[in-house]
Design a protein around this ligand. Structure first.
Ligand code: TRP
Length: 365
């Protein structure tokens, strides 16, 4: 990748040299498929975000050229609190690092720091049919909750998401079940743009594939095993946040919903809570499903719950202490995000320039 062509003053000759440096920004990057994903900085991420997304990114990171960002433009598509946005953004960046994302093979950046996201979203808006957005399930669900206050931003959310993905020419996007429709839309928008403004032999936007996660899972609510663990659930008892104290974790697990059946087993559709809690235990204890199934087959909830609580507390302790350490050094975090922004912008601006050109804009002087 030809990365930086810049003018650097030479201290010896007093001349400007044009440097064209072929560098491998990230040691583990070259020729690996590029993946990209993001999380919104709303509230604190919970075990569902960790086990369903971030932990998989970490496990797979050496196999890919990774771009993970903090979706702070998406965070204002519903009413938000300006006094906590910046803090939530830094905290999420700290958590990405604390969970084990490695800057040697991963670029971490903040969406709003790379203005190409907002700009490409506008350009794509103008080729996206309104009825494609009106069909989006997440829009319909969120719009119902907002009543009168539905913003254009909420409707436009998936176009911004398409811009996020297409700017980086991502090969694959790790997404959960709930984001599949948005990825389909991204593919449709890319194909439509290519069809209208590029040739078949030389498409401008890469049509991304979903990255189906084999490891990890859909983590469900602690108070209702049939619903996804979610930041927007009004009950705090429904989720374990990554920064919950050991006491809070124990309390939530003590009070979580179970069932009256004796013995614990996976894969019983009648027992969604049992399935969810065993999965949590399996993933966080690092055991195989078979080992957990054998160990827990004769257990009752009274024995299992403290075991699960200890496991969650122990698994989160190193993440929490690393996160707190990172949060104490704001300058370091700012520098990480500055480097991330530079690496991201270099790629994003290249795609944006191609799109602008294809649409007929002359480059600015
Ligand atoms: N909509 C995603 C979510 O809420 C967050 C997101 C924004 C995203 N842009 C993205 C995910 C691009 C993947 C790719 O989970």
């Amino acid at each position: 990748m030809l990365l930086s062509i810049g003018m650097r003053p030479s201290p010896h000759l007093g001349l400007n040299y044009i440097l064209a440096v072929r560098v491998n920004v990230n040691h583990c990057v070259m020729d690996k498929p590029r993946i990209l994903s993001g999380v919104q900085p709303t509230g604190t991420p919970h075990l569902g975000n960790y086990l369903g997304a971030i932990r998989n990114w970490v496990i797979q990171q050496t196999q890919y050229d990774n771009y993970f960002f903090i979706a702070d433009l998406h965070a204002i598509t519903v009413p938000h609190d300006p006094t906590t946005l910046a803090e939530n953004t830094y905290r999420l960046a700290a958590l990405y690092l604390a969970c084990g994302l490695d800057l040697n093979c991963t670029t971490i950046f903040v969406q709003s720091h790379v203005s190409a996201h907002a700009e490409l979203a506008w350009l794509l808006n103008c080729i996206t049919p309104l009825n494609w957005l009106e069909r989006m399930i997440q829009f319909k669900e969120k719009a119902l909750k907002q009543g009168e206050n539905v913003s254009i931003g909420l409707l436009d959310y998936p176009v911004l998401q398409a811009a996020d993905i297409l700017l980086y020419q991502a090969d694959q996007v790790p997404v959960g079940e709930d984001q599949k429709q948005h990825l389909e839309l991204t593919r449709d928008i890319a194909a439509r743009f290519n069809f209208q403004y590029a040739s078949e032999e030389k498409p401008i936007l890469k049509v991304p594939e979903p990255l189906i996660q084999t490891e990890g899972a859909r983590i469900m609510s602690l108070t209702d095993g049939t619903r996804k663990m979610s930041k927007s659930d009004p009950s705090e008892l429904s989720r374990i946040n990554l920064l919950d104290s050991p006491d809070e974790i124990r309390k939530k697990i003590k009070r979580c919903k179970t069932d009256p059946v004796r013995g614990l087993a996976f894969d019983d559709p009648e027992r969604p809570e049992c399935q969810n809690l065993l999965t949590l235990y399996q993933l966080l204890s690092g055991q195989t499903k078979a080992a957990v199934a054998a160990d827990c087959a004769d257990m009752g909830w009274g024995q299992f719950k403290p075991l699960l609580a200890d496991t969650v507390v122990a698994a989160l302790a190193p993440i929490q202490s690393k996160c707190h350490e990172l949060m104490r050094d704001r300058t370091h975090l700012e520098n990480v995000l500055k480097t991330g922004r530079e690496q991201a912008a270099a790629i994003a601006n290249t795609t944006l320039a191609q799109v602008r050109h294809a649409l007929g804009y002359a480059p600015p002087r």
